[in-house]
Design a protein. Structure first.
Length: 417
């Protein structure tokens, strides 16, 4: 069995999820390769596209991003994948038995090219784009359950708009694909199953994995010392890519919760730690002193940040899974998150963290306080957090589940030929 993973990059949450699965399969002695546009590791099994192709794809993505922004009056995360992929021959050279698709937006892979792959396909859902008319998260729109059109993210009132065109291309090109869907959470699986594009597809749930040896607890005092953080405070951690700018990450909900918590008697006991964002020129009043760590890309620096904290807050409005939450649990740090979307599968309420009623700011403040206010309970939460990560998210466990799925798909494909 030769496995090929297609992903735009190794970085960001989606890229990390794809590369972690790939490395987990390698640890299980599987023949696994990965083809990316942007490479960040030194692994020979991860192959980067040639410079000319990468440059061309970046120009395509920039052009279409500019057109969309100008056409709809704002920057929007929307992929139409209409330009030639230019990677058909590269894919053929891998001679793969099965191809696993990951995040392939922003013109990395043309929609119509999937039907040219003559092997079974598995699509690991990093977001909602595979079953929408172009958006990566639907926000509050349910039109992907029909045929899109009149897209609110495009500020469109027309049924036959860009989103309907993208949806129609997907429906036509993917109708006869040998395609299996893997969702990282039960919420994402439900969304895929209710979509008009994947309603009749097989959908499996396999959580994203992580290396529980790279992500494990470090002594809290040593972690704080290495990051120049105070030893005598309760530390609240919040972090994501563009942590304070991306509305989907929920900083606008965390802010009033922190301000409320500060006024309730915690002001001198707590400080905030933020990664994924640098200190703004004009900092807002968070209610507590804040330490900005900037971008943390290496597992060790992330591990230190998680281990230094007393609680991790993941106030995202929508997440396909929520890898900062699973990483935090692996480092023994309880997580507070909304009881919504993919995070429901990671956090067990009052066992390894606290699940907040969506999207209740008062309950968010209450959940943070609940985790911090009892030392004995906090110690138990830390133990349970690490155990959840070892039992559910370890590389070996997920790689084994994927290998079983691949084998089943290939056997079925063999019998049908």
């Amino acid at each position: 069995m030769k496995i090929l993973h297609l992903a735009m990059h190794e970085g960001s949450g989606a890229g990390h999820a794809a590369s972690r699965l790939h490395l987990g399969l390698l640890k299980e002695k599987a023949d696994s390769s990965m083809l990316v546009m942007q490479k960040g590791s030194e692994y020979q099994s991860v192959v980067k596209l040639d410079k000319q192709t990468v440059l061309f794809k970046k120009l395509q993505a920039k052009l279409f991003g500019s057109i969309l922004s100008q056409s709809f009056g704002r920057k929007t995360t929307f992929s139409i994948n209409a330009t030639p992929s230019l990677i058909k021959n590269r894919i053929k050279n891998f001679n793969a038995s099965i191809i696993n698709l990951h995040w392939v937006g922003w013109e990395y892979l043309k929609i119509e090219d999937l039907k040219n792959f003559k092997v079974p396909l598995v699509w690991t859902l990093q977001d909602m784009w595979p079953f929408t008319g172009g958006c990566h998260y639907n926000q509050e729109c349910d039109r992907y359950t029909n045929s899109c059109g009149a897209c609110p993210q495009l500020r469109s009132g027309q049924e036959s708009d860009l989103s309907r065109w993208v949806w129609q291309r997907k429906a036509k090109a993917w109708k006869h694909l040998n395609l299996t869907i893997v969702a990282p959470s039960s919420w994402m699986a439900d969304c895929a199953s209710s979509s008009s594009l994947f309603r009749n597809r097989r959908v499996e749930v396999i959580p994203f994995c992580l290396d529980t040896e790279k992500f494990q607890p470090i002594n809290q005092q040593e972690s704080r010392h290495s990051l120049n953080l105070p030893q005598d405070k309760k530390l609240i951690l919040f972090g994501a890519l563009s942590a304070t700018q991306d509305k989907r990450k929920g900083f606008h909900l965390l802010l009033p919760a922190l301000q409320s918590l500060s006024k309730s008697g915690w002001h001198d006991q707590i400080e905030l730690v933020v990664f994924g964002s640098s200190q703004p020129e004009k900092p807002v009043d968070l209610g507590f002193k804040a330490h900005y760590l900037g971008q943390l890309n290496e597992p060790l620096s992330l591990r230190r940040a998680y281990s230094a904290a007393d609680v991790m807050i993941v106030p995202s409005i929508q997440e396909s899974f929520g890898q900062t939450a699973s990483e935090s649990l692996a480092c023994g740090t309880p997580v507070v998150a909304f009881k919504a979307t993919g995070l429901k599968d990671i956090v067990d309420h009052q066992k390894n963290g606290y699940l907040v009623h969506p999207f209740d700011i008062d309950d968010l403040a209450k959940g943070i306080a609940w985790v911090l206010e009892d030392e004995e309970r906090h110690s138990t939460l830390r133990i349970e957090a690490r155990q959840k990560a070892e039992q559910e998210f370890a590389l070996e466990r997920q790689a084994s589940r994927y290998l079983s799925l691949y084998a089943e798909i290939l056997e079925k494909d063999k019998c049908q030929k």
